[in-house]
Design a protein around this ligand. Structure first.
Ligand SMILES: *Cc1c(COP(=O)(O)O)cnc(C)c1O
Length: 430
């Protein structure tokens, strides 16, 4: 298998774009090697500039629930394009998508559309602060909520220390209101509430997908809800990744715990740039122009993006059972891979939530970021490049979640398991 054209393309890109990519994780840094330059996707497959084909378990990092070039979604987008790319004025599609999105979630009366997950979460935090008239926020180590300043905090040892920025360019003054807690550890959250009486919101990925797949325990979420209620603090579920992926009706339908504000992205745009945040009317009415909390976007609710979202979510609404079909496939995949690993004496932790799957080369259960960091990164890198050579495209970091789309068949899953056995055997035989 040659990847010469990708190597050449990467060299040129690096001379023009920092690191050759427009979003860092694409650069394959944690697994080594060259990122593949993609020319097209078709169903379950990606094709690169050298003409190689791969079964795609990344799905554009989540959005493509129905695979590449789904006919219905493609047709809806093309139809929308014919009427104009953008108007900067209200369209019927926005109301229609709003109605549809709200119909999925008990906790949501109103919604606002933006153009990315980052924007959705950043705006939700501002709204929570504006609604409560408080400044501090609590986030969990290992959860990712986009790259806005006050959320770019994850480092720091122990719980409830005021966060240090994890990137140069973010003033410490901007993150001093961000408190850190440990995922699945309610005592660490209690400590935050002891340290500050000014907590506007607690934000969490209820099914974390940015430290590998690490779902929160039900009991933990339940206790979190109680703590927020007792302190007049809003609870934000960031389901930019897990929304429409882990279940049809959100983490609230799996865990029974309802958020005050819900953030969405990825699948909601079906591959176009869309994010959203929603809540009950009392909270959403604080948002400009109804209320004083400012938020805006020139291309927010863009008609082409709305068309892609509408087609995707309509399809999901009509085939809600599809998530359990995908879940069965995801389970078979990780259970098969775990057998392949065990046959080579390699311990593996696996988990599945709907069409999301995760695996760690780790001999202990993974409940938080520190646990995830104890996984075998070197083995993961070898596994990743071995699977690529066999024609299977996995996320290029052990801290990412895998995705099954409806285009991935049972047969492809079996082929992936077989390839994993071959690759792991080759790695262990040196
Ligand atoms: C991807 C992601 C974001 C950021 O979304 P972008 O569209 O990349 O800005 C925020 N939160 C979570 C949980 C995500 O997975």
């Amino acid at each position: 298998m040659s990847i010469d054209a990708s190597i050449k393309a990467f060299e040129e890109a690096q001379s023009l774009i920092p690191g050759g990519v427009n979003s860092p994780v694409r650069a394959f840094k944690s697994v080594g090697g060259t990122p593949l330059f993609i020319t097209e996707g078709e169903g379950a497959y990606l094709r690169d500039v050298d003409g190689n084909e791969y079964v795609d378990f990344v799905q554009s990092w989540g959005p493509l629930l129905f695979g590449h070039r789904d006919e219905t979604i493609e047709a809806a987008v093309i139809e929308a394009v014919k009427h104009g790319l953008s108007f900067g004025a209200p369209t019927l599609a926005e109301t229609e998508l709003a109605k549809l999105v709200i119909s999925f979630f008990d906790s949501m009366d109103k919604v606002r559309f933006v153009s990315s997950g980052t924007e959705a979460v950043m705006s939700a935090i501002r709204l929570a602060r504006g609604f409560t008239n408080r400044d501090d926020i609590v986030k969990f180590t290992g959860c990712y909520h986009g790259h806005s300043d006050s959320l770019l905090v994850q480092a720091g040892s122990g719980a409830a220390t005021f966060g240090n920025p994890s990137s140069p360019g973010v003033p410490a003054d901007f993150t001093k209101h961000t408190l850190l807690a440990t995922y699945n550890d309610i005592e660490s959250v209690k400590k935050c509430f002891n340290d500050s009486k000014d907590i506007a919101c607690v934000i969490i990925e209820p099914i974390a997908g940015n430290m590998g797949l690490v779902p929160a325990d039900k009991e933990f979420l339940y206790e979190l809800r109680k703590l927020c209620d007792a302190n007049g603090t809003l609870l934000i579920f960031d389901e930019v990744m897990s929304g429409f992926r882990a279940s049809v009706n959100g983490a609230e339908s799996i865990t029974g715990v309802k958020p005050d504000i819900l953030t969405l992205g990825k699948v909601i745009g079906g591959g176009m740039p869309v994010g959203a945040f929603g809540a009950r009317a009392e909270i959403m009415s604080k948002l400009s122009p109804e209320g004083p909390v400012y938020q805006a976007g020139t291309l927010s609710g863009n008609p082409v993006a709305m068309a892609a979202g509408l087609a995707t979510l309509t399809k999901l609404k009509q085939n809600a059972r599809v998530i359990s079909v995908l879940e069965a496939r995801a389970k078979r995949l990780v259970e098969g891979m775990k057998e392949s690993a065990l046959a080579c004496g390699i311990p593996m932790q696996i988990d599945v939530r709907g069409s999301m799957f995760g695996f760690f080369f780790n001999d202990k259960p993974v409940k938080n970021f520190a646990d995830a960091c104890n996984s075998d990164a070197e083995l993961f890198a070898k596994f990743h490049s071995g699977m690529l050579k066999e024609g299977f495209y996995f996320a290029c970091s052990l801290y990412e979640t895998g995705f099954i789309s409806t285009a991935i068949t049972d047969e492809m899953i079996e082929d992936t398991i077989k390839a994993s056995a071959k690759v792991l055997k080759e790695i262990t035989n040196g």
